[in-house]
Write a protein that binds this ligand. Structure first.
Ligand SMILES: Cc1cc2nc3c(=O)[nH]c(=O)nc-3n(C[C@H](O)[C@H](O)[C@H](O)COP(=O)(O)OP(=O)(O)OC[C@H]3O[C@@H](n4cnc5c(N)ncnc54)[C@H](O)[C@@H]3O)c2cc1C
Length: 386
């Protein structure tokens, strides 16, 4: 049986970043991926993900700030740009709890931002049709990071530094006692294992099945009549605290990308579909027509998987039955922006260097607590509008 320092299961955002960080630290890494790299069946594919400091929670705001330098480091090492900062808007109104907490958090962590009242907002971004009491937080250090390309680059960089990648390699079982894995390409052992399996985590760790919810989420691209007013220079990324809609300017594809956070339905990784439900398309189009009056035409629709914890916090913890196996799931629909820094946290944890990995909120006992949602989410929105 071949032996490695660390086996990393899954070459998505978390696994590819971990394999790179460990290889940089001279570890002999085996990276196992059940599909090809990149693929479109998990959570880390597509053209764009929102990058922002603007969280309603200082832990995540600070993590995002750490992640910025990690992304720039990746760009330096690969001589390729994957993070584009052109500004972001948090839309809300005075008194909206998550909106106010976000403003407070930005001040607390020392992030640059401006609070715009309704007339300032309309003057600067006339595309929007918002209520008279609408307000916004503008953050210059926001924009997009490119998921599929970033994963490809992190895997390529890890391989350059000596990591072994096996594609089409399905881990069928984790042998906790011997810190080894059974796969369709043979068995492998290591000193430590990182399970970064995304929506497949409950399959490899059945005790989590009842606690994690996998949902099928949709993103849609709509072309306006006049795309010039929706380019990054004139139309920042946005998150709407009133509806959980989030969106991106026209970049790459000639249309605005829209998603409705946590609006997907529960699914199973084996039987999930790839069609975006018609209802999701109609809801998105109606939302756009109301808030960004234009003649919108659908040009593309994609599905993707969220792995949701009840708290919407990430899982960074050791396996209940083996301290040599780490469970890493940065999802609940908001993990990609941290990907470049994530691997650093996991690698340092494996090498015994304390870091944010140890934050209590990421432990299974906390992240899986029902009703413990604190971050901007459907629960928080319902509480605010109840
Ligand atoms: C629609 C949508 C919009 C999002 N928007 C944002 C955003 O704007 N900003 C943001 O920061 N985040 C966003 N996210 C969240 C972000 O994309 C995820 O948090 C992140 O991609 C999760 O990465 P992961 O590595 O945990 O999972 P994945 O990328 O799914 O990686 C898991 C990998 O493990 C492999 N695997 C699983 N089981 C096995 C096995 N048994 N053997 C071998 N390989 C295995 C899988 O094939 C997969 O490649 C969004 C997510 C979605 C779905």
């Amino acid at each position: 049986m071949q032996f490695f320092d660390v086996i990393v299961i899954g070459a998505g955002a978390a696994g590819s970043s971990t394999a790179l960080a460990l290889s940089k630290r001279g570890q002999r890494v085996l990276l196992l991926e059940q599909f090809r790299v990149p693929h479109e069946r998990g959570s880390s594919h597509g053209h764009s993900r929102i990058f922002r400091f603007a969280y309603d929670d200082p832990d995540y705001a600070r993590l995002a700030m750490r992640s910025l330098s990690a992304w720039r480091q990746l760009e330096l090492e690969t001589q390729e740009s994957v993070l584009h900062l052109f500004g972001g808007l948090d839309l809300g109104f005075a008194g909206n709890p998550s909106f106010e907490r976000t403003a407070q958090t930005m001040s607390e962590v020392g992030a640059v931002y401006e609070r715009l009242n309704s007339s300032q907002l309309k003057a600067r971004y006339p595309q929007w049709n918002l209520a008279d009491n609408a307000e916004a937080l503008f953050s210059p250090e926001a924009g997009i990071v490119m998921p599929s390309r970033s994963v490809e680059l992190m895997v390529a960089q890890a391989r350059k530094l000596g990591a072994t990648l096996l594609e089409d390699c399905v881990v069928q079982e984790i042998d906790l006692e011997n810190t080894a894995v059974k796969t369709n390409q043979g068995d492998f052992a290591a000193s430590q294992i990182v399970v970064a399996a995304g929506a497949w985590l409950p399959k490899l760790v059945p005790s989590l099945k009842a606690k994690l919810e996998v949902t099928l989420e949709s993103v849609m691209y709509f072309a306006p009549k006049d795309v010039s007013v929706f380019t990054p220079a004139r139309f920042p990324i946005f998150i709407d605290h009133n509806s959980l809609a989030y969106g991106f300017p026209a970049q790459g594809l000639p249309g605005v990308k829209l998603g409705l956070h946590q609006s997907g339905s529960r699914t199973d990784v084996e039987t999930r579909g790839f069609e975006v439900p018609q209802q999701a398309i109609s809801r998105a189009k109606t939302w756009l027509e109301t808030h960004l009056p234009e003649d919108w035409r659908l040009i593309q629709a994609r599905t993707c998987l969220y792995t949701n914890t009840p708290s919407h916090d990430f899982i960074l913890d050791t396996h209940l039955n083996s301290s040599r196996v780490l469970l890493v799931s940065p999802c609940s629909g908001h993990g990609f922006k941290f990907a470049a820094y994530f691997g650093e946290m996991v690698a340092d944890k494996l090498l015994g260097i304390p870091n944010e990995f140890d934050l209590p909120r990421f432990k299974l006992s906390n992240a899986l607590q029902k009703g413990s949602a604190k971050l901007l989410s459907r629960e928080i929105l319902e509480q605010a509008t109840a």
